[in-house]
Design a protein around this ligand. Sequence first.
Ligand code: ADP
Length: 160
Amino acid sequence: MNKTVICPGSFDPVTLGHLDIITRAAKMFDRVIVAVLVNSAKTPTFSTEERIELLREAVGGLENVEIVSFKGLLAEYCKKCGVGTIVKGLRAVSDFEYEFQMALANKKLNPELETVFLAADADSTFLSSSMVREIASMGGDISNFVPACVHDRIVERLRK
Ligand code: ADP
């Protein structure tokens, strides 16, 4: 069976935590679609195009990973693409309640849809895009937090 999964998120910008989940998903499944959320209610720091470009560069070597953007409900998008599995990273108990609620809501909206959680890597359980944005905007070192190939571009964009 050819198994395609979707890794959704804001990726504003991509971090080593995201990359860890995407890389592990790419080993477990045949095809991974990384879906960048276009949320009209929230203004991201990086535009959709920038977020996609940074992700493309970060996952460059992974042949079974593709990057797309989507608007609206993830459950509807998955139905439209014929994808039945969402893969998400779980960092801490604080992620659990929200993620569990989302997984149940998505299943109500699209009963065929399963959500699989991968435990975050111990080294990146604390890591989030907002933390990267904050540290970089204050001139801090983010080299341990973002993929090396996109580090300079992220720093340049976030420097005040
Ligand atoms: P955030 O803005 O919190 O960094 P996103 O909305 O971009 O996160 O997250 C997309 C997906 O990546 C979610 O499943 C989230 O749990 C996961 N994720 C985010 N950061 C990490 C991390 N440091 N380790 C593992 N998974 C992560």
